[in-house]
Design a protein around this ligand. Structure first.
Ligand code: SAM
Length: 281
């Protein structure tokens, strides 16, 4: 019996249900329930929120979220082998855990959730960045969620919180910091996982701001930033040539030297550039 909920320890769950980790599904499991409870706490007060969890696997983080008082957890898992283990957790927390078997990139979870909604996940690395970008780039803001508490490879976490002038600064930093307050809240060594991945990991907590820090059209900003950082060593007048024929005029209009490189431009600068391009449409 484990300390936090009276269910069997995760090692036993994995043995009973024969959940050997599959690399293709990005399976690196967290088996320490004290650690999963700590990650759940880093998501803030869960008692008044529904939680969307992607990739519950054998349920370590799911149990942490429920033990820490989540009103309801909706968990989307692609690997059908995990469903019996998750059903045992659902039975221990009547009415508070709903599991959907499916691909998180294809399932629309909204019909199963009641706001306020938080998202928490030890994400499969292969789909983590794609899901994050989707959650950060809806046409309208605020989004359907109030916060994201997500595990990433340490290097990806650094890209989310990076500041201008650093190597890690790029599209992820701009998209995350434009509309959220993003912080690294927990560092984890490879040994925290079974099996251990090759690299360290970190939990990032992102709180949705009520409104973006600076006005800009989401699609235009995404397009400009993608183009600018796709050729990050080039001067902006060259990197952004394909975005608008008179890009030098737009750069001049917002006070960005055309010889500058993307790495030097602040979030505010990119938003001003996106507005200039949008107003010329
Ligand atoms: N949350 C568990 C934990 O912390 O121990 C498992 C984390 S493991 C890194 C990622 C989980 O995501 C695996 O259970 C895997 O089967 C699942 N997964 C992979 N791709 C998925 C997808 N597209 N949609 C939903 N789940 C997926």
């Amino acid at each position: 019996m484990s300390q936090i909920d009276g269910l069997p320890p995760l090692r036993e769950v994995i043995a009973t249900h024969e959940l050997s980790a599959k690399k293709a599904l990005g399976q690196n499991f967290l088996l320490d329930l004290n650690l999963t409870a700590k990650i759940a706490r880093s998501a803030g007060d869960l008692s008044g929120s529904d939680i969307l969890e992607i990739g519950p696997g054998p349920g370590g983080l799911t149990r942490g979220l429920l033990a820490e008082g989540a009103r309801k957890v909706l968990a989307i898992e692609k690997d059908a082998r995990c469903l019996p283990a998750l059903a045992e957790i659902a039975a221990a927390y009547p009415g508070r855990l709903e599991v959907i078997e499916g691909d998180a990139l294809k399932v629309d979870p909204l019909q199963y959730l009641t706001p306020p909604i938080k998202i928490a996940a030890n994400l499969p690395y292969n789909v983590g960045t794609e899901l994050l970008v989707r959650w950060l780039t809806p046409k309208v803001w605020p989004p359907f969620w109030t916060s994201l508490t997500l595990m990433f490879q340490r290097e990806v976490a650094e890209r989310i919180v990076a500041k201008p002038g650093s190597k890690a600064y790029g599209r992820l930093a701009i998209l995350a910091q434009w509309r959220t307050e993003a912080r690294i809240v927990i560092d984890l060594p490879p040994q925290a996982f079974t099996p251990p991945p090759k690299v360290s990991s970190a939990v990032v907590h992102l709180t949705a701001l009520p409104a973006p820090r600076y006005p800009a059209d989401a699609d235009t900003l995404s397009r400009v930033v993608a183009a600018a950082f796709n050729q990050r060593r080039k001067m902006l007048r060259a990197a952004l040539k394909g975005v608008a024929p008179n890009i030098e005029d737009h750069l001049a209009a917002v006070g960005i030297p055309p010889t500058e490189r993307a790495e030097q431009v602040s979030l505010e600068g990119f938003c001003a550039l996106a507005r200039s391009l949008q107003s010329a449409k």
